[in-house]
Design a protein. Structure first.
Length: 59
């Protein structure tokens, strides 16, 4: 599995966990907010990686 596939799988797993936690605890629970921040960081990582690849292709 390459880096793209690994990150995509991590994103999907984190998104599903967030959904499950939300269903169980509701929006304002600390574990839901923590998982949301974790997912945000993965999305930021994905965006940085995508931006770097795009810049490399332009050169």
């Amino acid at each position: 599995m390459n880096t793209d596939e690994t990150l995509n799988q991590q994103l999907e797993d984190a998104r599903q966990r967030l959904h499950d936690l939300y269903e169980e605890y509701g929006f304002g629970h600390a574990c839901v907010l923590e998982q949301s921040m974790f997912l945000d960081e993965l999305i930021n990582q994905y965006n940085r990686m995508f931006h770097t690849k795009k810049q490399t292709q332009l050169v």
